[in-house]
Design a protein around this ligand. Sequence first.
Ligand SMILES: O=P(O)(O)OC[C@@H](O)[C@@H](O)c1c[nH]c2ccccc12
Length: 249
Amino acid sequence: MILNQIAREKTKELIILKAPKRSLYEALDKPGISIIAEIKRASPSAGTILEDINIPLRVNQYEIGGASAISVVTERHFFKGNIGMLKEAKKATPLPVLRKDFIIDKIQVYESLFAGADALLLIISLIEEEKKLRDLLNLAYELGMEALVEVHDEEELITALKCDAKIIGFNNRNLKTMTVDVNRCEHLMSFFKKLDPKSKRKVVAESGMKTKEDVKRLKELNFDGLLIGETLMRSSSPDKTIRSLLGGE
Ligand SMILES: O=P(O)(O)OC[C@@H](O)[C@@H](O)c1c[nH]c2ccccc12
């Protein structure tokens, strides 16, 4: 009977929704550098990258290659994403799933939870007010999720530390100009080490990483994780690409 089938499907969805969250922090806590592999259809700087994606297959390839977590860009108008992509990714993997969008309101935090996100992105240059960042961060924690707090300059980094962000992303891309400066991460890391020398926080480098030399350099700077999108989306064998970025063949 169709109603029985519907009920079975619903039960599966609810199990995922109500299950304890998978920890991005823990995924970044293991020895060596962790890769957060991203699913991104398009971006304002790159245009369309890959429109037709088999999400379960790609997530699987990311996993086989050795990714520690999955990021899904769900923004609709500029990145051609949608929240359904996140649900699909979550069903296809045991890894933590990060929702990458432009979150400015509490309702989007609930929306992320309902889609199955384990963590969400909070961009300081977008949120601007410290109190608002705190509120969004606290709501995510209350609901059992984690947050990757994205900064791109010293001032934003200070705000992230004041709000006690546990996972901080240094974005090489300036979202106001869309330009990438791969030295930004390096620069912010040296500032961070002075501000918080015995840090338990996890630090992730974001954007513009292409080669294993890039990965090696960031590993030497003590980054816990790297968020890589375009390079993996343009690869027809992302599993091999991840493996080679991590230094294997
Ligand atoms: O595709 P790249 O250059 O590897 O970058 C990935 C990720 O850092 C980038 O997609 C990103 C960083 N911050 C964002 C905020 C919203 C959307 C996307 C992003």
